[in-house]
Design a binder for this molecule. Structure first.
Ligand SMILES: *[C@@H]1O[C@H](CO)[C@@H](O)[C@H](O)[C@H]1NC(C)=O
Ligand SMILES: *[C@@H]1O[C@H](CO)[C@@H](O)[C@H](O)[C@H]1NC(C)=O
Ligand SMILES: *[C@@H]1O[C@H](CO)[C@@H](O)[C@H](O)[C@H]1NC(C)=O
Ligand SMILES: *[C@@H]1O[C@H](CO)[C@@H](O)[C@H](O)[C@H]1NC(C)=O
Ligand SMILES: *[C@@H]1O[C@H](CO)[C@@H](O)[C@H](O)[C@H]1NC(C)=O
Ligand SMILES: *[C@@H]1O[C@H](CO)[C@@H](O)[C@H](O)[C@H]1NC(C)=O
Ligand SMILES: *[C@@H]1O[C@H](CO)[C@@H](O)[C@H](O)[C@H]1NC(C)=O
Ligand SMILES: *[C@@H]1O[C@H](CO)[C@@H](O)[C@H](O)[C@H]1NC(C)=O
Ligand SMILES: CC(=O)N[C@H]1CO[C@H](CO)[C@@H](O)[C@@H]1O
Length: 484
């Protein structure tokens, strides 16, 4: 595998690994990729991935109002994957632990990637396997911080691991404390951990908590709430406190403090302290307006609009952001903006998906809808649709998952309104089945959802890295545009 000099040197610095120049082209560097990744002793990326898939399936179930897949089914999926890992003699001894619960870190999770490496990294992924950066991030977890946005009313979105999730820093309480918050367009509850938070492991980990000890403006109610996500659940009480998002001061906002968190949220290595749902509040369990709805009703922004630029770790641009009250016109090509009605009856952001093409060839699928969800990593599609797309991609599906060659440069495009949005081939190859073989088979960016209607897609970051997304509560509409 060849990588551009800057990228290779960056990696070499991070990994303390020697790089060798090839004679043929002194500008290019060959890296002994296989040697970069010692067998890990904790959670294998494939297990993390199964967790993402399970999570997607459960979300799909919840949003369509059907019963969620029973816990034992999900566990069975995990066990199947463990079995595969064991037979491939990769240590799965701690595979029952939760994602990233004990990751060894070869470098600081808060290390700042060089922006100089940015420009040409993208050329290394397509057609030549999963980038070394992604594999390393999948193994190490942690956050890659975003650059400070220049637009008003805008928060940078840090990247969790290898594009697993997107996290903003906001301030809550008096005096204001920083909280890292997962920004989720696919749910509608906002909560952070409370000072008395407990988990099955004891405390709720190395996180920032909210309560009367740390905030003089904190007021707790006796109204309970709970939320079950695809992965994990929280329960607690509603409270009021001051919330500052990108300089917008929401006084006495009502939201949740979690007194109980499952380990998916409480583990030390989970890089966020709470979650902000930015779907419509009709979907919320807390039954209170979302922060963006409150910003609008208090006149702090002109309309309840949230707009997302989801960034890709491999690009090394770190320009992810969420804008409240409007769109950041510097992030998209204005002439490509399309606006479509929301069709979800229960408060998701769901639009008509008019066509799906593979390498420009129409799959012939019609009448599909897509829920646009920044909080889901992959695309979860109905099984029949997934199989059809995989067949055209040259991929295959077994009972565990769908895979495609890591070297695939096939392009899948989704059409909304009258525009077609092409998914970068790099986003379709998520992680090598064998991390030591980054040009072998890769988990595909589209996986089958076992529960849902046969026309409903759950479209997460694999797609959203390729479009600017804006959602508008008052007008009940969704806009998408090509990235600038
Ligand atoms: C976590 O990793 C450390 C260092 O590798 C090890 O000593 C410890 O036993 C591990 N803890 C668990 C719970 O696996
Ligand atoms: C990136 O690639 C472009 C063309 O592919 C080239 O003009 C430019 O010099 C490269 N930049 C770096 C930093 O290598
Ligand atoms: C941000 O808002 C201020 C005050 O309204 C305005 O002067 C400035 O031009 C805005 N900046 C951007 C980048 O829109
Ligand atoms: C807790 O997290 C902070 C960063 O948020 C880090 O600096 C610190 O080392 C962590 N402490 C432990 C015990 O993990
Ligand atoms: C969760 O909240 C619902 C009502 O919002 C309630 O019916 C249910 O009992 C709660 N579950 C738990 C485990 O507290
Ligand atoms: C804060 O909001 C709650 C609930 O809406 C309300 O009961 C309370 O009076 C408010 N407090 C202040 C100081 O505005
Ligand atoms: C994929 O790459 C091959 C050669 O590497 C090229 O012939 C083909 O046109 C590419 N396909 C797409 C869809 O870019
Ligand atoms: C999509 O439709 C709009 C008007 O509804 C039009 O302005 C635009 O040119 C169309 N785009 C394409 C690619 O056809
Ligand atoms: C929550 C909400 O307003 N949902 C709407 C989304 O759009 C559909 C179709 O226009 C409406 O029926 C829903 O009420």
């Amino acid at each position: 595998m060849q990588l551009s000099i800057v990228f290779a040197v960056l990696l070499a610095c991070i990994l303390n690994w020697p790089v060798t120049r090839t004679r043929a082209n002194p500008r290019m560097i060959t890296m002994p990729l296989k040697r970069l990744y010692a067998p890990r002793t904790d959670v294998h990326p494939q297990l993390l991935l199964q967790q993402h898939i399970n999570r997607g399936n459960k979300r799909l179930a919840r949003m369509t109002g059907r019963s969620e897949p029973p816990e034992h089914e999900l566990r069975a999926e995990m066990h199947k994957r463990m079995y595969i890992l064991e037979s491939a003699s990769v240590s799965a001894s701690s595979a029952t632990t939760v994602a990233r619960s004990n990751f060894s870190r070869r470098h600081s999770r808060y290390s700042k990637p060089s922006t100089k490496a940015a420009s040409n990294v993208s050329s290394t992924g397509t057609g030549s396997g999963v980038s070394a950066l992604d594999i390393q991030a999948a193994e190490n977890g942690g956050l890659t911080h975003a650059k400070q946005p220049t637009a008003n009313n805008t928060l940078g979105l840090a990247i969790d691991a290898d594009d697993v999730g997107y996290i903003a820093t906001i301030q809550i309480g008096t005096p204001p404390q920083n909280f890292n918050i997962l920004m989720d367009s696919g749910s509608a509850d906002f909560w952070v951990g409370s000072e008395s938070c407990q988990s099955q492991q004891g405390t709720c980990g190395n996180h920032t908590f909210l309560g009367s000890k740390s905030s003089s403006s904190f007021v707790q109610s006796n109204q309970n709430f709970n939320v079950t996500y695809g992965s994990g659940n929280v329960a607690g009480v509603l409270c009021q406190d001051n919330v500052n998002m990108a300089g917008l001061q929401l006084k006495n906002h009502t939201f949740g403090v979690a007194n109980e968190e499952s380990v998916q949220f409480s583990a030390d290595t989970v890089p966020f302290d709470g979650l902000m749902g930015l779907a419509q509040s009709t979907l919320s369990n807390e039954k209170v307006p979302t922060p963006v709805e409150s910003l609008a009703s208090n006149g702090l922004i002109s309309s309840a609009i949230s707009s997302f630029k989801i960034s890709r770790l491999a690009d090394q641009l770190n320009d992810g952001q969420v804008t409240f009250g409007g769109l950041d016109s510097t992030k998209f090509v204005a002439s490509t903006l399309i606006t479509i009605p929301n069709v979800s009856k229960i408060g998701f952001w769901e639009g008509a998906l008019n066509a799906i093409t593979v390498n420009g060839q129409n799959t012939g699928m019609t009448g599909r809808t897509a829920i646009l969800d920044t909080g889901t990593t992959l695309i979860i599609a109905p099984p029949a649709d997934t199989l059809a797309v995989m067949a055209m991609l040259g991929g295959k599906c077994d009972t565990q998952q769908c895979t495609i060659p890591c070297t695939s440069n096939a392009s899948v495009a989704l059409s909304f309104g009258n525009a077609s949005f092409t998914i970068d081939p790099r986003d379709m190859v998520v992680l090598p089945v064998d991390v030591n073989d980054p040009t072998g088979d890769c988990t595909a960016g589209i996986q089958p959802g076992t529960i849902g209607t046969d026309t409903e897609w759950l479209v997460g970051d694999v797609f959203l890295k390729n479009a600017y997304l804006s959602v508008d509560t008052k007008n009940n509409q969704i806009s998408l545009a090509k990235l600038s």
